[in-house]
Design a protein. Structure first.
Length: 579
């Protein structure tokens, strides 16, 4: 099912506006007459695969791109803000139109023109559309198929759900009744995809073939939490932390691991207003010389009554981790042995599983090239991969999940190009289409908001919503395969040109000087220095001509003065001779 039209009565900076998402139809809603007109474009031909529809939303900052994205998500999950008064959506299923309200109030009752075949959705349906929402701006994703109404966060390597903590008062301390959702992190998703096909990402880059992995425990992340905490600093006998780590690398390795584990447990299960009393009771033991496992277990005996994790923080589990992991650097502990890509990610060691859920980073390896690892990739490359790991994962779930409407799926990418090199931006649309076509036979609609001319150049203008001040506008521009300079000028409403404002100001100073106007530039040599470094050849050539002409005029003036001087000198000599 294709999203054709969105009408917004009032939402953030958008008021009484309609937006056409379909290249096949043009919709117009007359609010005063309460009439909706739908016209089909007879000459439209799609360039995308039959089950894939692509729409781009572009415009300058503040034009309404994120507002439309947020509104579609709210309509999908029925989580409406107070200023969202009314709106509706128009879908097309191939035969007739379906009108869906963006609220659960009064039934839609507008008049339909052109004898259009249509139906209304049940106003009490809990969700209007099925939307999977990706946003680099807030680093979040709304998951629809199995995890409705859940918010999932993404950082470059890991995805995890927002923890829901219920604080329960006890006699002395506040403890936490935590229940972490058993959901797939980025690492588990990537491992699952690679287990099915280790070459699944090779379409992006032929070397992206990983067939083994090692997990790393990044304890240094604890330092960010305790940096400004006076109770933890008191435990460490420090006024402040220096550098990015808690302990020096010269510390005995077992002591290093055990103390990091204690800090991890305290951070996980206690809060600032209560942790001080616990720290006071363990401080002496924590700072014992020749600290070893027995000292660690004494400290855990003090903590055990408050978080009920005594069955997890056992000697057996701790020793098992010490046997399997070795110190790398900067408070990072890494597995000694490499795991095959098909090996089970979760372990029988409950303590290790807790650490993996919280401070794990997983490095993946290519057995044919030992120098090529996941961590050797740039941050932009990892970000690009994370986009497609999530995308492919959800495509597969959509394809397998029979409970999801077969023709009602939207993938919404809000400013997907943020942080990506232009070379990666150039490939985004091609790769999205490739993976969508390969991993699902259901109809999906991909909507992207973007500032990238490279993305816009891959999409025909009929598939583009141009926004300006919260309204859809229709500039006279062909986007598909267009020159990026043209797209930047017209597609992104850069009315003042494509040059940086600082450079423009300096060039204007040169122009003023050459035209004899007031300018900070004082002489030809200074003007020449600016002209020499200008990168735009036409501007550079013209200014050089102006400067050369100015110099030539000066030379002519100097020659004229010299001639006058010579003439006067000659007359003076003649007069002197006669006298």
């Amino acid at each position: 099912m294709e999203l054709v039209y969105l009408w917004v009565e009032e939402y953030k900076n958008i008021k009484n506006q309609g937006f056409n998402f379909s290249p096949r139809f043009t919709c117009k809603y007359d609010k005063d007459k309460n009439e909706l007109t739908i016209e089909e474009k007879k000459d439209y031909v799609s360039i995308f695969p039959d089950n894939i529809n692509m729409t781009a939303i572009v415009g300058e900052n503040g034009s309404g791109k994120s507002s439309i994205s947020g509104l579609l998500v709210e309509y999908s999950y029925q989580e409406f803000s107070s200023n969202n008064k009314k709106g509706f959506l128009v879908f097309f299923d191939g035969e007739k139109f379906l009108f869906k309200q963006g609220f659960t109030g009064k039934t839609l009752d507008f008049n339909i023109q052109n004898n259009t075949a249509y139906t209304y959705e049940n106003q009490n349906k809990p969700r209007s559309i099925d939307t999977i929402y990706f946003s680099n701006d807030v680093a979040s994703i709304f998951n629809n198929p199995d995890y409705a109404f859940r918010l999932q966060r993404y950082s470059h390597l890991d995805a995890y759900y927002e923890e829901k903590k219920t604080l329960m008062p006890s006699n002395k301390y506040i403890t936490s009744n935590e229940k972490k959702e058993k959901l797939e992190t980025f690492n588990k998703r990537l491992q699952s995809l690679l287990s099915e096909d280790e070459k699944i990402l090779s379409f992006i880059q032929n070397k992206l073939v990983f067939n083994s992995y090692k997990r790393e425990l990044h304890f240094y992340e604890i330092g960010a939490y305790i940096t400004g905490n006076k109770d933890f600093l008191q435990l460490l006998n420090l006024d402040k932390l220096s550098g990015n780590t808690v302990f020096k690398d010269s510390m005995d390795l077992e002591e290093h691991f055990l103390k990091l584990l204690i800090l991890f447990r305290l951070r996980e299960h206690f809060w600032d207003n209560e942790v001080g009393a616990v720290i006071n009771s363990i401080k002496d033991e924590f700072n014992t010389k020749n600290f070893e496992l027995s000292n660690c277990m004494k400290i855990f005996e003090v903590i055990n009554p408050y978080d009920k994790k005594n069955h997890v923080y056992t000697k057996k589990n701790i020793q098992d981790i010490l046997d399997k992991f070795e110190y790398l650097k900067n408070e990072i502990w890494v597995e000694k042995k490499t795991n095959t890509i098909s090996s089970i990610f979760k372990t029988s060691n409950e303590l290790l599983n807790i650490l993996l859920e919280n401070i794990n980073r997983t490095n993946y390896f290519n057995s044919k090239d030992s120098t090529y690892t996941y961590f050797s990739l740039s941050s932009g490359e990892r970000e690009y991969i994370s986009i497609f790991v999530a995308f492919i994962h959800h495509l597969k779930r959509v394809n397998k999940n029979l409970s999801v409407s077969e023709n009602e799926f939207i993938f919404l990418f809000d400013e997907i190009d943020l942080g990506l090199h232009p070379n990666w931006q150039k490939n985004l649309i091609k790769d999205l289409i490739y993976f969508a076509k390969k991993n699902t036979n259901k109809k999906v609609q991909i909507i992207v908001t973007s500032h990238s001319p490279f993305i816009l150049s891959d999409i025909p203008k009929e598939n583009v919503i141009f926004l300006e001040n919260g309204k859809q506008v229709y500039p006279n521009i062909e986007t598909f395969g267009a020159n990026i300079h043209t797209l930047l000028s017209h597609g992104f409403f850069m009315k003042d040109g494509l040059m940086g404002e600082f450079a423009k100001s300096k060039i204007n100073e040169v122009i003023d000087y050459l035209n004899g106007k007031n300018s900070p530039i004082t002489d030809d040599d200074e003007a020449q220095r600016y002209i020499r470094i200008i990168g735009e050849p036409i501007v550079k050539k013209q200014l050089q001509r102006m400067l050369d002409s100015k110099k030539l005029d000066k030379m002519k003036e100097i020659d004229a003065l010299k001639n006058q001087i010579e003439s006067l000198q000659s007359r003076l000599e003649n007069l002197e001779k006669k006298s």
